[in-house]
Design a protein around this ligand. Sequence first.
Ligand code: SAM
Length: 231
Amino acid sequence: MDDWIDYYDSTHTIYVSKLHRDVHFRVIANDILAYVPSPDAVVLDYSCGEALFAAQVAAACQKLILAEPAPGVRGRLNARFGPNPKIAVRSLDELQQLPDRSVDLAVMISVAQYMTPAELDAAFALMRRVLKPGGRLVLGDILRPEVGAATDVMALLRLAAKNGFLTDALWGLARTALSDYWQLRKNIGLQRYAEADMLAKLKAAGFEASRAKTNIGYNPARMTFVATARA
Ligand SMILES: C[S@@+](CC[C@H](N)C(=O)[O-])C[C@H]1O[C@@H](n2cnc3c(N)ncnc32)[C@H](O)[C@@H]1O
């Protein structure tokens, strides 16, 4: 396994059970819905993963573009959402073909930590280009330098306790501990950003940005930024 895209394309144990996967993607879809500006909005979900509840997001906008680099995940997205006329599944390369100023809302949740800073800059440039003036980029689940893996474990256990999958979560954590995950986390690592550094990076990419009060998803130790494309 070479990188995080391979990891997410594999049969990994990040979601400890079907219930966890469902709870996770329902929470993410609900949080995205809160940012959809209007029923005619075009929404781009950059590295969307399995996006199990994308149909709910699509129902609240005109068009939802699900972009995902992992080919196996993309195959499942195509199978799941192919019949939905409001959803388009794309590779990240295919996003180059999107017209300038054609998107109202771009979301990128729990992705920046897996990218090199240069890859993140390239993604920001793409989103800056395709967003309409005044369109928003919501960048969620950014890891801070000072918060370690124990906080991720606690956030998962709290979500599990609340949703009735604590035993599965404990087994899942044990399986993940023995899997490629820690090897990759040790070898490639996860990118972390202080609040001021991410704000500066977004500003340099042509956005006016601020940190949202609450993070998207269920890990309150991580940060969400809302960035508006400058006209
Ligand atoms: C934790 S999942 C997040 C999925 C979804 N956005 C969510 O919030 O549930 C990480 C996603 O990042 C993608 N990814 C991993 N490395 C990447 C990279 N270098 N560039 C772009 N996407 C990447 C994976 O394919 C996967 O879809």
